[in-house]
Write a protein that binds this ligand. Sequence first.
Ligand code: AKG
Length: 254
Amino acid sequence: MSGLFTAAELGQYRTDGFVVVPGLVDEQDLARFDRRFEAIVNGDAPVSGAMNLMRDVMVVKGAVEAKSPVHAINKLLRFEDDPELFDYVRIPGLLDRVHELIGDDVWSIATNVFNKPPHVDGRHPFHQDLLYFRIRPVKGIVGVWTAMSETTRENGCLAVIPGSHQGELLRHGDPDWEYVNRGFLGIGDAAKGERHYVLMQPGDTLFFHPLLIHGSGHNRSGGFRRAISAHFAAGACEAPDQNWRDAEFVRHVG
Ligand SMILES: O=C(O)CCC(=O)C(=O)O
């Protein structure tokens, strides 16, 4: 255990289910990830391995005309095979803190660049990320989410319900919205408790529990709201069977 979190930060993670470390990722790394993301979307760098570029539903349905390829993309998934983006999970201050939370031997189980272009709905309904994982126990899993641009109420920052990680995994369904991106399931009216809007500067990094209820709003600004994110699981976690294990333990990080 390297002890980078203060006792207060660890206490907040346990009580609220999240903690933000300001300025954890430096400007150079953020600029590198930003350039790489744009290069992949623009076709100037390869889409590697199981990576997938998800187009925004409003663009797909013709409700919004994308001014450029980057205006059409809602998220880039599974960047484990991209040599530049995957550096994110090994940033020492980030990985050391992940080790503090879930132990010394960790795997990447999900990676994303979330790109919220201007003029699309782009909301993420309130949800719990554990829905997307079959491996257990829950305490062996943690998410990290780093702002690549400033996040504000106007551009659709994250919103969380502090303490909600102490509950169960809730039933999720399709939100009753006109435009919902593929796979964006939500818990609807079950989202009880006071919302906390997580306002972040570029490089600020959220560590969050897989049962924490969270979502994000519309981007009503004229710019992009972008973030890079990963989920980690301890190697000691168990999957229902070997197929699930192979599917969910995507890449060993160490
Ligand atoms: O970036 C966002 O808007 C939402 C991210 C999110 O919901 C997640 O990381 O699970």
